[in-house]
Structure formats: C-alpha cells, structure tokens
Unconditional design. Structure first.
Length: 416
C-alpha cells in the first residue's frame, strides 16, 4: 500500500466511533446515523431533516440555512446531490456537507456587524448563510478558481448581497502585515506549517474555525485570539480536508483592503489605529500643535479615511503562543506537520498488533523460554521433506522468490 493510502485509511479508522455515533431524532426510540445522511427533495426538506437530526443548536442558524437555497450554488450536473447532507465535488466546485457548515457557524459565535473572511470561499454558499446572521458587514472571501468566483458573484447580485466581496488569490499569497484584520475567519481547506500564519489576520478577540494539520492528524479547530501574541486553541473533532494549495510560482503579495474609515465604523478597526486618530484630534485643541492648523472636520471627513489602519501595528516576530485546552502553552508551529511516513508505519504496526490479538492466539510458552516467533511470521516455512537439495542457480532464485511472495501474502493476511 502506498503511504498516502494507508494514512487516509488510518484516519477514517480512528473516526469510525464518531462516524457511527447515533443522533436522537424526533420521537421515542428513533435514531439516525451519520452514514444515513438526511436528504430532501428541496432546500426546505433538507433543513427539516437536518433539524430532526439535531444539527441546529439555535433557531437563528436554522433560519439562515432555510433562507439560502443550496441548490443554487452547485452546477447543474450535480443538482441531484444538492439537497443531501454530504460533501459535493464537481470539477472545481467543492462544498462541505451542510451539517459541518452548521457546526462551523455555531462555533464562530456570529454577531451582527462582525467582519468575516472566508478562505477557500468557493461559490459563496457558506458566506451567504453567515451574512444572514451578521448583516451587511465587511465580508471577504478568497479562492483560486475564477469560474467558481464568477458563479458566486452572480449569486450575490441575485440575492442582493453586494457587500460580500470575493478575490481571486491564493491564501498563502496574502500580505499578512498590510491586509485587513477580521473578527471571524473560516478556513475551507486544511492549514498546517507556515499556513498557520493566517491567524495573523484575526483581530484580537476574534474567532477562527477550520481544519488544521497536526502531528496527530487533522482536527476541526476553534481558535480564539486572546491578545496580539496569544491564541487559545480548541479541537472540536477529527476531519479530513484537502490542504491549502501552495502557490505554483512566486507571486506578489495581495492586500485585502480595509473599507474607508468613518466614525460609524470606528469600532471595527485596530485599537492602535483608533488611538492614533484620537491623538491627532486631541492635538487640534492644543496651542502650537501643527494638527490644529486644520479643522477637526477636515481630519475626520477628508484625511482619516486615507490612513492605513495597519501602519501603527507593532512587529510581532515569532512570539506567537498557542494555549491548548489543558492550559499548556507552546510556541505556534511547534506541532509541525504530520510525518506521513512515520504515521503510516505506526498505523500498520497498530493494525497488525490488533489483528494478532483479535484473530490469533499465541501458543503458551513455558516460563524461562524465549517466545521467539509464535506466529511464524519472521522465518520462511521449512522445506518439504524429500525436496531436491541441489538445483541450478536459476531454479534456486525462482524458488526463493516464490517462497518470499507466499510468506509476504501470508503475513499480510494474518496482519489484516
């Protein structure tokens, strides 16, 4: 087996208990399992089935899913699967299952007016659902497929959501020092290693939800930024996502733009930026201060809107710290990326040991004696009695090869 196949198989084996966990449905004694995905004839029936499965934890989230028709965000040749609670993949159109989106919306703790960034935004299905809760706030998305973004923009126009802006750019090409900071971020693809630096786009007090690659596999995480250097990490469940695509060539950094500052939107900007504006306005009252040469109204209406909000940030360097659920602190990135080869070897060893314990019984070994190889897996089978000892080199090679193949197949069957 190839390493990547073993790795994927092992992750699904680990997820089996959660995958088959029953969820209560309406009515006594009725259960629905995750592999029995809710499916409806239209969006309303899909939402009703999801509600009966216990997916929604609030009526607000349920109403948001009911208001956005999933079938309008998929290509025509995939419409048969549009109203099934499962992932949908057709060419470059990728949508996660609605129940996972529901978990993400709940974990983001959305509020009216918060700014949102959707990484791997796709056709905008999730962004439209989120906007039903946040209202017409700043909402940006990034993706690399133009055909998908064109479909999303047509849907925004149709649903009267012009405030949602999508950009064609690789998330790993974003300028993390000059781009806007967001109150909420959703990752639609797995981040690991250097991609974890996307957390720099999260405002203090903000929440990021998405899959992360760790040394133990992929986890759907909620990350809350406590301060400029501290990030509180919570693993929600194990998942399997495609990873963020690395840029094929070195591209110029892309800056996600801030909207022009106004007194009404002042609360959504970095604190250092607001402190700088207040300092300028305070100086207008002081004699001899050059800021007083211009009226306050000119500063507010004509100048502050052109000042970049990130100009006043302090460089963080490599001082970011992750705070785990048990309170343990460690430098961000200390996990590294999963060693797939080592993970595959450990998985095969674990499966082999489990198979020997379940399906095989080692013969009893008297005390003081070496157990050796009780299952006969380490040594080739002994030659049959009366076999010819002398043979040509070619015959000998063929016999050894055949024995090795038989031994390998026998070992594989026993381990499985």
């Amino acid at each position: 087996l190839q390493t990547r196949h073993v790795d994927v198989f092992a992750r699904y084996v680990v997820m089996l208990p959660e995958f088959f966990a029953p969820r209560p449905r309406v009515g006594p004694g009725r259960f629905v399992f995750d592999f029995q995905r809710p499916r409806g004839a239209d969006n309303a029936e899909l939402v009703r089935e999801m509600k009966e499965s216990g997916v929604f934890k609030s009526s607000e989230v349920e109403a948001a899913f009911l208001a956005i028709d999933r079938g309008q965000f998929v290509p025509r040749d995939a419409i048969d699967s549009a109203y099934e609670d499962g992932p949908l993949r057709c060419r470059n159109f990728h949508l996660s299952q609605p129940s996972l989106y529901s978990d993400a919306v709940h974990a983001l703790e959305l509020e009216l007016g918060v700014s949102v960034l959707n990484v791997g935004c796709g056709t905008g299905y999730l962004s439209c659902i989120i906007s039903e809760i946040t209202g017409p706030s700043v909402h940006h998305g990034v993706d690399v497929h133009e055909e998908v973004l064109e479909h999303a923009r047509s849907m925004f126009q149709k649903l009267n959501k012009p405030f949602i802006k999508f950009f064609r750019v690789n998330a790993l090409d974003l300028d993390l020092e000059q781009s806007m900071l967001y109150d909420r971020i959703y990752l639609g693809a797995c981040a690991g290693g250097d991609a974890k630096r996307l957390l720099d786009l999260l405002a203090v007090g903000g929440i990021l939800v998405g899959p992360f690659e760790t040394s133990q596999g992929q986890f759907f995480r909620r990350v809350r930024r406590r301060s400029e250097t501290e990030f509180e990490v919570e693993n929600l469940k194990g998942v399997q996502f495609a990873t963020l695509k690395c840029p094929t060539a070195e591209s110029p950094k892309f800056v996600l733009p801030y909207p022009a500052w106004t007194p009404e939107t002042s609360g959504s900007y970095p604190r250092r930026f607001i402190a700088a504006l207040r300092a300028v306005l305070t100086c207008t009252y002081r004699r001899g201060c050059s800021a007083g040469l211009l009226p306050r109204d000119i500063w507010i209406s004509q100048i502050f809107g052109f000042v970049h909000p990130r100009w006043f940030d302090q460089p963080l360097g490599d001082t970011r710290v992750e705070i785990l659920e048990d309170g343990t602190q460690r430098p961000m990135g200390a996990e590294g990326e999963v060693d797939r080869a080592r993970h595959a070897r450990e998985t095969l060893e674990l499966l082999a040991r489990h198979g020997l314990l379940v399906f095989g019984r080692a013969p009893a070994v008297p005390a003081g004696e070496d157990a050796g190889d009780p299952f006969g897996l380490l040594a080739p089978p002994p030659p049959a009695e009366g076999s010819q000892e002398e043979s040509s080199d070619q015959d000998s090679d063929e016999e050894v090869t055949s024995s090795a193949e038989e031994h390998s197949e026998d070992m594989y069957l026993r381990d499985t």
